[in-house]
Design a protein around this ligand. Structure first.
Ligand code: GLY
Ligand code: MN
Ligand code: MN
Length: 440
């Protein structure tokens, strides 16, 4: 599996076709980040850079020059270096950049200050991700100033600087068949990991031990890294939306909320399941759980072409408000409560986000001031939740400290949507059955 060289080439070509005439586009790679002293975090390539190149090294810059006769695609990268490679691993080098990654030309990154001004010169427009990396902004200005300093010798500096993000991110929003194959697999692996954690769970284990089960399943299936820090929160920790300490012991009677997804071939999955540590939901847990599930199902039903981005969210708000009313956690009249956003103390986030190479993927949610209309090939999460704060004095004590979220990944299809993460149960009875099976 993976993205073919042809598809990477097609992406570059499609992007170049969107650029104004007389343009150059410049995209820097990610950098290695220090964790402590001589130790670095595992390298993760910048998603934009990888989307266009498939090149997985730091200290690289991708340049697109539409219409350039000697070649439109140039990569600057690290040179081969036996000593450095002995310590830190293989490098493609400029030669490999051309042979393995399809660059028309490649140069050592150390030569970029000498070469890039010459490539910019004569182009009227420079596209890059303005304002994202301060250091890179300064570098681009430096290269342009080199040209400006030579205007009296006839050099032509560019007159316009344009944001590349907008064009590139719109492309990334629509997933190709190959991208969807990868994302389906990421969803399957992640679903299996959630099943494994449910089977393993029992009162007394630590949250980080469930995280370890998840990580084991990811790696054994070929996905070494999670797409984001796994969240494993038991009991009231489930009410902390981005709880990543994962350090508490899980107690009998707790619900356990796990939000975890793998990164597979540079694409993310993002699943949340909430289940009872002892294998049986209490009546209160079950009552709230069934509301969240109904909200999620209503939102998934509203995820189809022609509906706009906010419609699934509006469905979750309606179902959650109705459910909380019925249980007595809210009092009043439905429409007035929705209008007043009375649900917000219990449901304070949105129903989802775009999903792709980044877990919170790129792409505009509004177009021309209006919610974006859903189209085939867009991938998003659907993840409503109810969280009753442990110190919420407005509700009976029996509800307090219960945190529930249910999250799946879906792709919009021709007439609805396909769930990419259906391999892990979410109906309360099915979760109880899976856990009971594991305990036999
Ligand atoms: N895991 C982060 C999120 O669900 O958005
Ligand atoms: Mn999530
Ligand atoms: Mn999410």
């Amino acid at each position: 599996m993976g993205i073919s060289k042809q598809e990477f080439a097609r992406r570059r070509k499609n992007l170049m076709a969107l650029l104004e005439p007389g343009s150059i586009a410049i995209v820097p790679s990610a950098s290695l980040q220090t964790r402590s002293r001589d130790s670095e975090y595992p390298f993760r390539q910048d998603s934009d850079f990888f989307y266009l190149s498939g090149f997985d090294e730091p200290e690289a810059v991708l340049v697109l020059l539409p219409g350039r006769e000697q070649g439109e695609y140039i990569l600057f990268c690290r040179e081969r270096d036996p000593a450095m490679e002995l310590w830190n691993g293989y490098r493609a080098g400029p030669e490999g950049a051309c042979e393995e990654f399809g660059a028309d030309d490649a140069f050592p990154i150390g030569d970029i200050d000498d070469i890039l001004p010459g490539l910019i010169e004569g182009r009227q427009r420079v596209y890059y991700a303005m304002g994202r990396h301060t250091e890179f902004d300064q570098q681009v200005m430096h290269w342009v100033n080199v040209i400006r300093s030579k205007v009296r010798s006839g050099a032509q500096p560019p007159g316009e600087f344009l944001d590349l993000d907008h064009l590139l991110h719109d492309m990334r929003l629509y997933k190709s068949a190959a991208e969807l194959r990868i994302m389906r697999r990421a969803g399957e692996i992640s679903a299996e990991a959630h099943c494994r954690a449910m089977r393993f769970c029992q009162p007394g284990v630590y949250e980080y031990q469930l995280e370890a089960e998840i990580q084991h399943e990811f790696a054994m299936a070929g996905a070494r890294f999670p797409a984001y820090s796994s969240i494993v929160g038991a009991g009231k920790n489930g009410c902390i939306l981005h709880y990543v300490e994962n350090s508490s012991a899980i107690r009998d009677g707790d619900l356990v909320l796990i939000d975890a997804g793998c990164e597979f071939e540079a694409y993310a999955a993002d699943i949340t399941r909430t289940f009872p540590a002892n294998g049986r939901f209490s009546p209160e847990q079950r009552a709230l759980y069934d509301i969240v599930l109904a909200a999620q199902e209503a939102a998934i039903a509203a995820t189809r072409p022609g509906n706009h981005w906010n419609q699934p969210h509006e469905e979750t708000v309606r179902v959650i408000t109705e459910g909380l009313l019925e249980l007595g956690l809210l009092q009043g009249e439905r429409d007035a409560l929705i209008q007043a956003e009375a649900y917000r103390p219990f449901y304070m986030h949105r129903a989802g986000h775009w999903l792709g190479m980044d877990v919170h993927d790129v792409g505009d949610y509004k177009v021309g001031g209006e919610w974006r209309v859903l189209e085939e090939g867009m991938v998003m999460t659907v993840e409503p939740g109810i969280y009753v704060a442990p110190d919420n004095c407005d509700v009976e004590a029996r509800w307090r400290g219960i945190g529930i979220r249910i999250e799946d990944d879906v792709v919009v299809t021709r007439d609805g949507c396909e769930i990419l993460t259906g391999g892990v149960p979410k109906a309360a009875d099915d979760i109880e059955a899976l856990m009971a099976e594991a305990r036999r």
